[in-house]
Every structure is written in structure tokens, then in C-alpha cells.
Design a protein around this ligand. Structure first.
Ligand SMILES: [Zn+2]
Length: 431
């Protein structure tokens, strides 16, 4: 199932049509694009295991950094792809043909793109007029050849097309995300913001079994449902969690309680798996980490991971914690569009851990920092800092680049969190 999703996202959906969309104006393809999107959505239904609402499909069509799962809609993106392609190839066409031709369909594609963005704050004309300016340097070295003359190789070859092709879809993606936010209630808005911010590394992993990068079909299904806000449990909002016997707790249909339920027996496993990913890469980087050490006689100083020499010739203890941005006390803040506000759960986790351990660590002459993750895969800036340091050290001890190692750390953290999140959902589903 994981492989099915990977192939669908990377090959059989939007990428399959890229060339056609960039070379043919969309008005010639409208009916085909609708049918293509329908078929992609049908394939997604077979992976998720249940039908989705229009809003859930819309989220799925967004790129992963906008809370989606990267199944870009061909119909939605066609005009941007064509307009970007025409702009990208203007210099090259002029150099080859000796004159500038207005490509058929360009005016219609621009008008359609403008219409799509009509209600968004983006002014398409301003955006388009800015792009050639950004790309002006690429025209150097490209001169129009005389008829019959073979163009000389350029000192500045034509761009790969990635820049404008990347710039143009951004307002469309942002507008798609904003329009979802505006039509959702607070709880769903908080989920969207958390998914947008959260690590989506597991959605980009090449599912190679030998590397441990495979997820069981039911895990993929549960994880995708949770990310897309699909109703996971058939229960109504007022039903009780079947596992929380001592302190009865409401079980919501979307899995928000399930992923933090203390009675699934998976919370500690989730914590330990995240810790172990960081530990493994720290060992690779020869940072001499220690796991679960108690650093003082009173055994109050935590050491999920302890580094005897971190900075300023001092040791540093890190404590891992996972929090949910959908807890009632954080819900309104988590739904905010303010990037400082919507990380309230992460900041509260840091404050909590600092209050508990910072002073004790100081007394022992060591530094302390909490490493806070959220249930959607987001993490605090301190986690990002630790990932950077560990990746740099691990890369220095190997033949891999720092960026490659960092990407591995992030993907493995995302994968570990996703496995455990799905396991918690499945534990309750099995009751
Ligand atoms: Zn429970």
C-alpha cells in the first residue's frame, strides 16, 4: 500500500501529465483533465480504504508542505504549468526562431489562471511581471542567430525551468490551503495548521524494505486518514474510549484522542523511537551520546539523550516529549494563522520541561534542553538545531553530504512518529 501511494504520487498522478500540461494549453484538455483527476482520486480512495469528502480531496491535492499529500490536481495546475513553461522558454524560442511568437493559448491560459486567483490576495499581473525581472540574467549570452545560422553555445544556458515552474503554483497552493482554512471549524483548522507545519518526510520516502522504509498497509491507511482529517472511528463524538477504563475519556471520530491515549501502551514506544533515531545518528557522528542516564545523586535530572561534551566544554541533557496541538487548551491558538501563535503546544511543552529540569541541570553544571514533538510530526526549533548538529557530525564521519544525512534524520523521525501514531489508532480500532 505504501508503494501504491508512492507510485501514485511520484509517477501516475500529476508527474505523468507534466509534459502535456507544459506544452499544451489547458482549454484543449479540460475534459481529459477532469477525468484524470477523477481516476487519481479513485486510486486514493482505494489506498485510504474509504471515500473522501470534497474538502478531504482538496487537502490531498495540496503539496505536503501545505498539509496535503502531494496528489496535485492536473486540472487546477494546468494553466500555471503552461504559462510558466511559455515564460521559461521565451529566450530559447527567440534564439531558435529569431523572433518572438505569441504561443497559441497563452492569453486564454493567463485569463484562466487569473480567474482561479480572483478571490485570492495575489495579483497575477504583478506576479508575472516580476518573474522576467528575476530571470533577467539568463538572457545574457543568448543572441538571435541569423537565418540558417546554428546558435552558438551559450555561456548562460537556458534555465532548467524549475524556478518559474516553482514560483507560479505557489499562490495557487496557498490559496487552496487558505480556502480550506476559511471553510473549516476551529478543530479542523488546527489540524490543517499542524499538518502544514508537521514533518511530512514519511510521505516522500522511497519505500525500500531493506532499509526499513516500508509501512504496513493498515499503517499507511491509518496515517493518511489521520492527516486528512477523515473520520476514523464510526463512533459519535459522545462515545467513550474503549481503553480508558480508569478515567473515562471521550473518543473523537478523527483519532485526536487515540494518538495521545495513555492506555494504548504505545506512548512510551513513540517517545523511545524518536529518541533512538537521534541517538543512532549521534553515535554515527561520534558524539558519545548516552541514553536514559540519570545524572545526579537525587536522580531528578533527565537524560533521554546526554552528550558529555556539547558546547562550551559542558555536557548537555535533552528530554524528549510529544504533545498534541489539538488539546482543548491549545485548540484556538493552534488554529491561528500566526506562526508564533500556532506553535503554542510546542512552546508550552518547552516551558513545562524547563520548569521541571533546567534548575537541577544547572546545579549539576550541565546544560539542558527539551526536545518537543507534536503528534502531526512538527517539532520545536531546538529539535531542528539538534538535527543540524548531529547531521553535520555524522556527515563528517561518512562520505555522505550533510544535507543527505539531515534528510535521513528527518525522514526517520517522521517515519517513527507515523508508525507509532498509526499503531495507537489501530489499537483502539481493534477494540
Ligand atoms: Zn483512551
Amino acid at each position: 500500500m505504501f508503494f501504491n501511494y508512492y507510485l501514485l504520487r511520484s509517477c501516475f498522478s500529476f508527474p505523468k501529465l507534466c509534459y502535456s500540461l507544459r506544452t499544451c494549453p489547458s482549454f484543449k484538455l479540460q475534459a481529459s483533465l477532469k477525468e484524470f483527476d477523477f481516476l487519481v482520486n479513485e486510486a486514493l480512495i482505494s489506498i485510504v480504504g474509504q471515500t473522501l469528502s470534497a474538502a478531504e480531496f482538496q487537502q490531498a491535492n495540496l503539496p505536503t508542505y501545505k498539509a496535503g499529500i502531494g496528489l496535485r490536481s492536473a486540472e487546477w495546475s494546468a494553466d500555471a504549468a503552461f504559462v510558466a513553461s511559455v515564460l521559461e522558454t521565451a529566450d530559447l524560442r527567440e534564439a531558435m526562431l529569431g523572433r518572438v511568437l505569441a504561443p497559441p493559448g497563452m492569453a486564454l491560459a493567463k485569463a484562466a489562471l487569473s480567474e482561479r486567483l480572483a478571490d485570492s490576495p495575489v495579483d497575477l499581473d504583478t506576479l508575472l511581471s516580476a518573474i522576467p525581472t528575476e530571470q533577467a540574467d539568463r538572457s545574457h549570452g543568448l543572441s538571435s542567430p541569423s537565418p540558417g545560422e546554428v546558435p552558438a553555445p551559450s555561456a548562460h544556458p537556458p534555465p532548467s525551468g524549475r524556478r518559474i515552474q516553482n514560483i507560479l503554483p505557489q499562490p495557487l497552493d496557498e490559496w487552496g490551503f487558505r480556502s480550506l482554512l476559511e471553510t473549516h471549524p476551529t478543530g479542523s483548522r488546527a489540524r490543517l495548521q499542524a499538518s502544514r507545519r508537521g514533518a511530512s518526510g514519511w510521505l516522500h520516502i522511497l519505500p525500500i524494505k531493506a532499509l526499513g522504509y516500508r509501512l504496513a498497509p493498515r499503517v499507511v491507511r491509518a496515517a493518511l486518514r489521520y492527516r486528512l482529517g477523515v473520520r476514523i472511528f464510526a463512533s459519535s463524538v459522545s462515545s467513550l474510549c474503549p481503553l480508558c477504563k480508569v478515567k473515562p475519556t471521550l473518543l473523537d471520530p478523527w483519532g485526536d484522542h487515540a494518538v495521545i491515549c495513555p492506555c494504548t501502551g504505545k506512548r512510551i514506544a513513540k517517545h523511545n523511537r524518536l529518541r533512538d533515531v537521534l541517538y543512532r545518528f549521534a553515535v554515527k557522528g561520534s558524539l558519545s551520546p548516552a541514553k536514559e542516564v540519570r545524572l545526579d545523586s537525587r536522580r531528578t535530572v533527565p537524560g533521554d539523550i546526554y552528550f558529555p561534551m556539547w558546547s562550551r566544554n559542558r555536557g548537555k541533557a535533552f528530554d524528549v516529549m510529544i504533545t498534541s496541538p489539538l488539546q482543548p487548551k491549545f485548540l484556538v491558538a493552534s488554529a491561528s494563522v500566526d506562526p508564533f501563535e500556532n506553535v503554542a503546544a510546542l512552546r508550552a511543552g518547552e516551558k513545562l520541561k524547563d520548569r521541571k529540569h533546567f534548575r537541577d541541570c544547572e546545579d549539576e553544571g550541565i546544560d539542558f534542553a527539551p526536545l518537543i514533538f507534536d503528534t502531526f510530526g512538527g517539532w520545536s526549533t531546538e529539535v531542528s538545531h539538534v538535527i543540524r548538529v548531529i547531521s553535520k557530525c555524522a556527515a563528517a564521519k561518512s562520505s555522505e553530504s550533510c544535507g543527505d544525512v539531515r534528510s535521513q534524520v528527518e525522514q526517520q523521525l517522521s517515519l517513527a512518529l507515523t508508525r507509532c501514531t498509526a499503531a495507537m489508532i489501530l489499537a483502539i480500532e481493534a477494540c
